[in-house]
Design a protein. Structure first.
Length: 81
């Protein structure tokens, strides 16, 4: 079993935790990440934000989740017919 990689070390720096879950996909309409709900500007500027700014953003993130619409169609939609 190997130890943490350099990438893992970067993700676990000694600063306020990041909401990133390493599922980085920007929603084409809402322009927020489908993994952490941050905007591109928030993601790219995260390291420069103060702990207070980060906390404020993190408190707001759960309210953004409903903005991402679920997919229509797919297997589940066919089974509902």
């Amino acid at each position: 079993m190997s130890g943490p990689t350099e990438t893992d070390k970067v993700w676990k720096r000694d600063e306020i935790e990041s909401p990133c879950i390493k599922l980085c996909v920007i929603h084409p309409e809402e322009r927020i990440c489908t993994g952490c709900y941050r905007s591109i500007e928030e993601i790219t500027g995260w390291a420069r934000k103060t702990p207070e700014e980060r906390r404020a953003i993190m408190q707001e993130l759960p309210s953004r989740a409903p903005r991402l619409k679920k997919r229509r169609g797919g297997r589940a939609a066919r089974l509902d017919r």
